[in-house]
Design a protein around this ligand. Structure first.
Ligand code: CTP
Ligand code: CA
Length: 237
């Protein structure tokens, strides 16, 4: 149908994607981060762009520059990313949370460079806000109050796991009220952080929807957008 009409499958849709690893600062020159390269989020942004979507990409630390032709919003820390995402949520038709958000940050952020002192130093960390949980809570409140537009954004979360992939993914889906969870077993060769390929399983509330074998992150992204379009009711399955 799209080929015949020349209409791109995500034309008119506004999508919000997060990518990269958040950076949680200890002082002006030191920080905690993770191995996320941002490649999965970039692939999702490129695929959505090429399918005609209006794409906003909220970027934390990434390897290499973000794709062209999308709106870039920089957000270094989990807190900055939370603010950037929640501010744009009301205008989004779909939100895909591919970023690796730190779970903890230093509880004190020093304004000037820390000096060395005793032989041992204990670093205290505190929890960061859970952005996906905040999105789920926002959706629930919007539904309850009846104030928000309908339909609410379609939300896709990611889950990086090394053990009990299915159980953990379904647990996250339920807890954070996502429409889909994309689980990658980061202990497998060719999956997850830094690679150009990924191996993922996509879960919905009913359980496993699809297990995608090793393929490029771009191919994974194309498949995910197809699932989003169908399950959000934007096109016939
Ligand atoms: N996430 C988030 N904000 C956080 C932590 C995670 O929005 N502070 C999002 C991630 O972007 C991802 C999803 O939640 O889409 C799952 O992240 P993951 O690290 O797999 O799960 P957690 O809930 O953090 O649980 P844990 O790390 O203990 O497995
Ligand atoms: Ca986590």
């Amino acid at each position: 149908v799209e080929l015949l009409s020349g209409k791109k499958p995500l034309a008119g849709k506004r999508v919000l994607i997060t990518a990269g690893g958040t950076v949680e600062r200890l002082d002006p020159v030191r920080y905690i981060t993770n191995d996320s390269s941002g490649k999965m989020g970039f692939a999702l942004a490129e695929a959505a762009r090429d399918q005609g979507a209006d794409v906003t990409l909220v970027c934390a630390r990434t390897d290499g520059p973000p794709p062209a032709g999308v709106r870039i919003v920089k957000a270094e820390s989990a807190e900055e990313m939370r603010a950037a995402v929640l501010a744009r949520l009301p205008e989004a038709d779909a939100v895909v949370k591919a970023a690796a958000v730190a779970d903890y940050r230093p509880s004190v952020r020093h304004g000037s460079k820390m000096k060395k002192g005793p032989d041992r130093l204990t670093l205290e960390l505190e929890r960061t806000p859970d952005i996906l949980q905040a999105i789920g809570d926002w959706k629930r409140e919007a539904e309850a109050s009846g104030a928000a537009r309908s339909p609410l954004p379609f939300v896709v979360g990611f889950a990086a796991e090394t053990d009990d992939v299915e159980r953990n993914a379904l647990d996250k889906l339920a807890r954070k009220r996502c429409d889909l969870i994309v689980a990658n077993d980061v202990s497998r060769e060719g999956a997850g952080f830094g690679a150009d390929t990924n191996i993922v399983s996509v879960y919905g509330a009913e359980g496993l929807i699809e297990a995608l074998p090793l393929q490029s992150k771009r191919a994974v992204a194309e498949r995910l957008w197809k699932l989003v379009r169908e399950r959000a009711g934007w096109e016939e399955p």
